[in-house]
Design a protein around this ligand. Structure first.
Ligand SMILES: [Fe+2]
Ligand SMILES: [Fe+2]
Length: 316
């Protein structure tokens, strides 16, 4: 571990902004024209791919029950991205504000980034309306978006950029490792995350530039406070995942319409929780590039503190 961040020299930052602008222009896509294309969701197929659901742990479920649970997990997966990306978009706007008197390519990149996240929120809202229409009644998202945003946006820029980088790297990894190889899942659900991952690739490049630049401006004490903030953000996210997994388990057990033994019900609850922790915390914290960045911007003691705070989540 080192406190010597691999901050980008000014010319490298400029070339990265230029690269992202070029990619952003050539990757532009439209929700209806490129993603939905008039299609409906295929409720005869799974939504979330097996690599993200951990459903092989629930060998007592019938195939149609496993499919319903993957659809429920897919519904919450999209809803959770919607919540978190609202915060990430706001973070991009706050960063853009810091560049208004300087690099205009940086401003343009970050404003486009925030605009992408607004589009992604609309993408996930449209998906939610389709899932609402096609799935049993009773599903609820536990977190209120405004309250969640208020709870996290007061944290330091360093910690918000660290969270953004974590989420955007894991989103790409999920698509490449879990979605891309699986063409047996619902094609529309698959395509939502295919197009989403295209933008996340550019966003992660920007997060890295902004995060490392922010790091160089902070004193040792401010960096330590930022690490405390980052732990608080991950804890807020972890609490949200716990509450949502409990609500999802209740929904699933009711929607399936048959009785389970207490042990089976507990196994459903623990698997749904472990899968959501894997999706939004563990897979990001284990991402090689994220680990490298985090290590370059924390001391060994700070990094150990982050991992100790996450230990119960990482173990699950
Ligand atoms: Fe996004
Ligand atoms: Fe993003």
């Amino acid at each position: 571990m080192s406190t010597d961040t691999e901050s980008f020299p000014a010319e490298d930052r400029a070339s990265r902004y230029a690269r992202v602008l070029l990619a952003s222009s050539s990757n532009s896509w439209d929700i209806e024209r490129h993603v939905f294309r008039g299609r409906a969701l295929s409720f005869s197929r799974k939504f979330l791919p097996d690599g993200l659901t951990l459903l092989d742990r629930l060998d007592f479920l019938q195939p149609h029950e496993t499919r319903l649970l993957s659809q429920l997990q897919g519904r919450t997966y999209a809803a959770t991205f919607g919540l978190v990306e609202r915060v990430i978009g706001a973070t991009a706007l706050l960063q853009a504000q810091g560049h208004v008197q300087g690099d205009q390519a940086a401003v343009e990149c970050l404003v486009r980034f925030a605009n992408d996240e607004l589009k992604h929120q609309e993408l996930f809202r449209r998906l939610e309306r389709m899932m609402h229409a096609g799935m049993p009644a009773g599903y609820a998202v536990v977190a209120a978006p405004d309250a969640f945003a208020r709870a996290v946006l007061g944290r330091s820029a360093w910690s918000l950029l660290a969270l953004a980088c974590h989420i955007e790297l894991l989103a790409q990894a999920h698509y490449e490792q879990a979605f891309a190889p699986r063409y047996d899942i619902c094609p529309l659900y698959h395509d939502v995350f295919k197009f989403h991952a295209r933008d996340e690739r550019q966003h992660a490049l920007l997060d890295e530039v902004e995060w490392t630049a922010e790091h160089t401006h902070l004193s040792a004490a401010e960096r330590d406070a930022a690490v405390i903030d980052f732990i608080a953000l991950l804890t807020t996210l972890s609490d949200l995942l716990l509450a949502q997994s409990q609500a999802d388990t209740r929904y699933f057990l009711q929607a399936v319409g048959r009785s389970f033994t207490p042990l089976e019900a507990r196994r459903v609850a623990s698997t749904v929780l472990a899968a959501s922790r894997w999706q939004f915390i563990v897979s990001g914290m284990q991402h090689v590039h994220f680990r490298r960045l985090l290590s370059s911007m924390t001391t060994a003691e700070q990094c150990a503190r982050i991992m100790a705070a996450l230990q119960p989540v990482m173990q699950a």
